[in-house]
Design a protein around this ligand. Structure first.
Ligand SMILES: Cc1cc2nc3c(=O)[nH]c(=O)nc-3n(C[C@H](O)[C@H](O)[C@H](O)COP(=O)(O)OP(=O)(O)OC[C@H]3O[C@@H](n4cnc5c(N)ncnc54)[C@H](O)[C@@H]3O)c2cc1C
Length: 392
């Protein structure tokens, strides 16, 4: 916006309470890279250094924003927080209060970001003695205490963090809600290219009758298609949506298989649309029949678990949870997908013997809810029996 205003000679200032690209500096995990390739995830007037097909690490993204601000000569005042904006009485314009004084402005553009107000759904009460960690506070596996991890939410953040934790040797359970999962590449083109030529980026709203769902993509390790079969093969246990927590029992929906099925449907429909586009436009792009072949559903989808039993909150010390903290966050602008189905299966997750703590977190990105749960002792029969499943 500043580039366009500047190009038209319109006087303006940009106020930033921290530093340029602050979110990319302090609200992202260490290994995060852009989900789209550098040729795409950029402004028209500035390219990233390096290969256009690479996925820029978060530090490079922050540097890129700085370079871009310099290039366009953006009149940015860093370290100035806007505390209120009030319309003038009886005259045009606004009175903007900031930590550096008042400003009178004819027009105000609020560009404070879509992911700025963390909000954790009230699934696990604050007095459980369990730790909750928001994904904006997640940095790396070493940051987490020892033990198994439950990642709730399988959008881009959730699947990437789950994979990273699993790679680091953690016992990981991933709660999977509805999602879209476009192929990272198909017939020689990246998914961002396909979403562009197929008009998906321009969609003002989801197609009629369709709910907005999260998108699971990943630029990690050079970029790859998110397939929940691969995540299951890597040793991650998949469960349905995290529904409720009561009496030390985390209850999951019975929707895992359906969510995977719908994700597959979304994936295959994009391939079909891409094929039709290629035929229509007469493009010479290599065929990729193997991309249409999906494996069998993971066992966790055909034989689902619906509850994860935790030590009773009344006796956290005896269960090794005394060191846990419960810090949660989420994003209020995000419609959380935690709600829904009653659990129909009576299955329960086996607990790895070494697990000893509990974390639950909400990931900011696109309807994601991330969390970690673990326990040291085997679940008791009475815990299982006390399961109460309720929508949140
Ligand atoms: C984990 C994650 C991964 C992502 N990956 C990608 C990706 O690969 N590619 C991509 O294109 N997008 C990605 N996104 C989305 C992208 O980060 C956002 O869409 C983008 O940052 C939005 O830019 P923005 O300028 O609107 O808001 P923000 O980047 O949120 O910037 C808002 C700024 O406003 C400042 N601010 C807030 N309140 C005030 C105030 N009162 N006074 C002064 N300043 C204030 C904040 O400090 C902040 O710097 C990702 C998001 C997340 C969370």
């Amino acid at each position: 916006m500043s580039e366009h205003l500047g190009a038209r000679g319109i006087a303006h200032i940009v106020l930033e309470r921290d530093r340029i690209a602050e979110r990319w500096r302090t609200e992202r995990w260490d290994s995060l890279v852009a989900n789209g390739p550098a040729w795409h995830d950029r402004f028209p007037s500035l390219e990233f250094d390096g290969s256009p097909d690479a996925f820029a690490p978060k530090e490079q993204v922050a540097e890129y924003f700085e370079r871009y601000a310099e290039q366009i000569g953006a009149p940015i005042r860093c370290g100035v927080e806007v505390t209120s904006v009030r319309k003038h009485e009886g005259e045009p314009g606004y009175r903007v209060e900031t930590t550096a004084g008042s400003i009178h402005a004819r027009y105000v553009v609020a560009a404070t970001g879509a992911f700025q107000l963390p909000a954790i759904p009230p699934i696990v009460p604050a007095d459980t003695g369990l730790t909750q960690l928001h994904s904006s506070g997640y940095r790396n596996p070493q940051q987490l205490p020892e033990g198994g991890v439950l990642v709730v939410g399988a959008g881009s953040s959730g699947v990437q963090i789950a994979a990273e934790l699993r790679q680091a040797g953690r016992e990981v359970t991933l709660a999977v809600g509805p999602h879209d999962r476009p192929p990272q590449r198909y017939r020689g083109r990246n998914f961002v290219w396909w979403l562009g030529v197929l008009g998906k980026w321009d969609a003002a709203a989801p197609p009629e009758g369709a709910e907005h769902v999260t998108i699971a993509v990943s630029g990690a390790n050079g970029g790859h298609t998110v397939d929940f079969r691969d995540l299951a093969d890597s040793g991650i246990t998949l469960v349905g949506r995290a529904n409720s927590f009561a009496n030390g029992v985390m209850a999951f929906g019975s929707d895992l298989k359906e969510n995977i099925r719908l994700g597959d449907e979304n994936y295959l429909s994009l391939l079909a649309e891409a094929d039709a586009y290629i035929a229509r436009e007469g493009l010479d792009l290599p065929e990729e029949p193997e991309a249409h072949l999906l494996g069998a559903y993971p066992t966790s989808a055909t034989d689902p678990c619906c509850r994860w039993i935790l030590p009773p909150p009344a006796s956290p010390r005896s269960c090794g949870l005394q060191d846990s903290t419960w810090t949660t966050a989420g994003y209020k602008s995000i419609r959380l997908m935690i709600a829904g189905d009653r659990c129909t299966s009576a299955g329960c997750l086996p607990f790895p013997g070494s697990t000893s703590w509990v974390t639950l977190a909400v990931a900011p990105r696109i309807d994601v809810y991330l969390g970690c749960l673990a326990r040291r002792e085997a679940p008791r029969r009475s815990d299982r029996d006390s399961t109460r499943v309720s929508g949140v």
